[in-house]
Write a protein that binds this ligand. Structure first.
Ligand code: FES
Ligand code: FES
Length: 157
């Protein structure tokens, strides 16, 4: 099938097998390797991207399902300078090996768009589909809180 997906504001048109996963489209055809592939079974969340402004696990979406739609990856999020969530993850040391980080950040962006002032419990719930093998959860929750404060105070770019 010939499909076109708007990825990070740019149209990407490719011939794909109907079974191609969105994560493979992004990594292999668009060269956007910031979206990671971990479990491949919708459990770890490291493949999370925004599809029409909603966080989805790109290992459980077919590329054809995104045909004609908009996808934002970690590369697009930081294209015009680091997003407040990216800055907060750096500031709070919310990453160790970094494998989960792009997915954590994309899920956090989605969480804060829908709930700009979440409690710690709501942050934990919002990120419950993302696993950090390095167990950096305390700093990750703190980073989301710091990002929320920055956005709400107008300090974020
Ligand atoms: S690779 Fe998609 S959820 Fe783990
Ligand atoms: S920082 Fe290593 S998996 Fe989360």
């Amino acid at each position: 099938m010939n499909i076109t997906i708007q990825v990070n504001g740019k149209e990407h048109t490719h011939d794909v097998e109907p079974r191609m996963l969105l994560v493979d489209f992004l990594r292999d055809l668009c060269g956007l390797t910031g979206t990671h592939m971990g479990c491949d079974t919708s459990q770890c969340g490291c493949c999370t991207v925004l599809l029409n402004n909603n966080a989805v696990k790109s290992c459980t979406h077919l590329a054809v399902q995104a045909n004609g739609h908009e996808v934002l990856t970690i590369e697009g999020l930081g294209a015009k300078g680091l997003h407040a969530v990216q800055k907060a993850f750096t500031q709070c040391h919310a990453l160790q090996c970094g494998f989960c980080t792009s997915g954590m950040i994309m899920s956090s962006v989605d969480l804060l768009a829908k709930n700009p002032n979440p409690t710690d419990a709501q942050i934990a719930e919002g990120l419950s589909g993302n696993i950090c093998r390095c167990t950096g959860y305390l700093n990750i929750v703190q980073a989301v809180r710091v990002a929320a404060d920055a956005i709400n105070s107008g300090a974020a770019v």
